[in-house]
Design a protein around this ligand. Structure first.
Ligand SMILES: C[S@@+](CC[C@H](N)C(=O)[O-])C[C@H]1O[C@@H](n2cnc3c(N)ncnc32)[C@H](O)[C@@H]1O
Length: 244
């Protein structure tokens, strides 16, 4: 099973998180400037980070597996030099090579399967220039297995329509994977007009595990730091890895 980001989820995501948090954006902008361009945002979604980076004149591409998120990104980036691709990370095959590739907001946890993790890291490595840098944010694992009780929320669209969400999930401490379902419903003038089931899986990582995964994929200079409940792993593509 793979996380899906379909139409109602995408709308709800953008109502819930309309803009990138300023501090995170500033830190990312500084990293792009330090590591150089072109840069690549992995799992760029609806471009809440990508759009302001492009607006700042930085040469950053985006890649994401969801056509709905990419369509939302196109709307957000109207008038900006957006270059984005619809691909899954483990199948990454882009025309350019990058000085810096980054995946923020814990999104790399959406790659769950061991084979897809290894494939994704290898494809990312092969899309970096020699000496290029990668940054991946992941979430550290909760200690215990737990069931997330049913909960819900709602958003009002600017046109007055309402999107509701109810969901539940289960985290297994043995596998460090959470499986969850979210039922999104769209009500217009009080009538239910669309409903959508989004299933997703999320993998949690210890600092040691993400370090080993990056080293195993041929990266060097691996470092992991923790901030605001997220682990930020950074690494470098050695000069000797032959380009893809
Ligand atoms: C939580 S959203 C975050 C988007 C963006 N990073 C942000 O912070 O707004 C996660 C994104 O990852 C994408 N995604 C999930 N699995 C993926 C994969 N294996 N390859 C590429 N994109 C993927 C989804 O389509 C979704 O747009």
């Amino acid at each position: 099973m793979r996380a899906e980001y379909r139409r109602l989820l995408t709308e709800a995501y953008d109502l819930d998180k309309p803009h990138a948090p300023e501090a995170e954006l500033a830190s990312l902008r500084a990293r792009v400037q330090a590591h150089g361009t072109p840069a690549l945002e992995l799992m760029s979604g609806s471009a809440r980070f990508l759009a302001p980076l492009l607006a700042a004149g930085l040469d950053v591409d985006g890649v994401d597996a969801s056509p709905d998120m990419l369509a939302a990104a196109r709307r957000r980036c109207a008038g900006l030099p957006l270059r984005q691709y619809e691909q899954a990370l483990h199948e990454l095959d882009l025309p350019r090579r990058y000085a810096f590739a980054f995946c923020v907001a814990g999104s790399f946890g959406l790659v769950v399967d061991d084979g897809e993790v290894a494939g994704s890291l290898a494809r990312i490595r092969d899309h970096l220039l020699p000496g290029g840098r990668v940054l991946l944010e992941v979430e550290p694992p909760p200690e215990h297995t737990r069931r997330r009780p049913w909960s819900g929320t709602f958003w009002r669209r600017p046109d007055g329509a309402t999107i509701t969400l109810r969901g539940t999930g289960h985290y297994d401490a043995a596998t460090q994977v959470e499986e969850a379902v979210g039922i999104y419903e769209l009500f217009v003038d009080g009538a239910l007009v669309a409903t959508e089931l989004n299933e997703w899986v999320r993998r949690f990582w210890t600092a040691g595990q993400i370090t080993s995964a990056l080293a195993g994929a041929g990266f060097d200079d691996v470092a992991v730091s923790e901030r605001d409940g997220l682990l930020t792993a950074t690494a470098r593509r050695p000069d000797a890895v032959p380009p893809h």
